[in-house]
Design a protein around this ligand. Sequence first.
Ligand SMILES: NC(=O)c1ccc[n+]([C@@H]2O[C@H](COP(=O)([O-])OP(=O)(O)OC[C@H]3O[C@@H](n4cnc5c(N)ncnc54)[C@H](OP(=O)(O)O)[C@@H]3O)[C@@H](O)[C@H]2O)c1
Length: 269
Amino acid sequence: MNKTIFITGASSGLGKITAKLFAEKGWTVIATMRNTEKETELSQLPTVHLLQLDVSNPKQIMEVVAKAEQISPVDVLFNNAGYVLAGALEGISDEQMEQQFNTNVFGTIRLTRAFLPYFRERKAGTIITTTSLGAYIPDPFMSLYPATKAALEIWTAGMTYELDRLGITIKSIVPGFMQTNFANNAQMTLHPVYEEEMMKVLAAYSNSGPASEADNPADIAAVVYEAATDGKSQIHYFAGNDAITRYKELKLEGIDSILDTRRKLFLGE
Ligand SMILES: NC(=O)c1ccc[n+]([C@@H]2O[C@H](COP(=O)([O-])OP(=O)(O)OC[C@H]3O[C@@H](n4cnc5c(N)ncnc54)[C@H](OP(=O)(O)O)[C@@H]3O)[C@@H](O)[C@H]2O)c1
């Protein structure tokens, strides 16, 4: 039978390519984004429905979940929306910090909670969340973003206790660097005390050193499809070469050695 996936952050990058992949595979896709008017590609696909959703808006979450369930009962929720807040902690305001957690963490958790009564009623449903290898190996001047993704990693694992017996599956996709507009969409903050080091980090990125092994998001979307359809109770899916390689290195070398290497790569120290 035709299945349905609900995707957040489908306006670009991994969310958009995943929407196209599931549509190609014959799924009904409810592609949500902050601004549906700008979307010209997904709107052409017959089995794709566009709905407006800012995941940091709790009221909109409740309205959109009800609307989506009317369009078609949702089999898979793909929590993918997210952005990176970069810069030294001292240069970050309360509002920026709260928005980072409201979007990446509380948006994901609230949306999942809103779908649970429907999944519970049907004794079925799969929840998949995009986290990041940053949850295991953070990079300099980006301490809050990986903290949001680490929160989602452990939240996913913790939720299995309450969902398993209800027939609901919860998983995470853990990519490393991906070739998307993610870095351009980053929110950058500056603080004079840390400016010199921050500039080194930005220079390292623009020379594409740390991101030179970035994966094609199509390869990561294929892992989302696998996680949605493999029927396994596997919780974390390290996705793409970059994440798999660096996670192996972490296991072999330990976090202290890996952080030293990252420090040299970004800051030359
Ligand atoms: N690219 C990487 O290297 C990388 C690595 C590891 C993990 N990730 C994760 O992968 C996911 C997808 O990112 P991407 O690489 O595809 O980057 P992207 O092209 O920037 O996509 C991010 C998506 O999230 C959406 N978004 C941001 N804030 C939102 C909000 N408040 N409500 C709803 N949607 C919101 C963006 O929508 P707008 O168009 O409205 O801004 C966009 O559709 C993110 O969770 C990111 O943290 C990315």
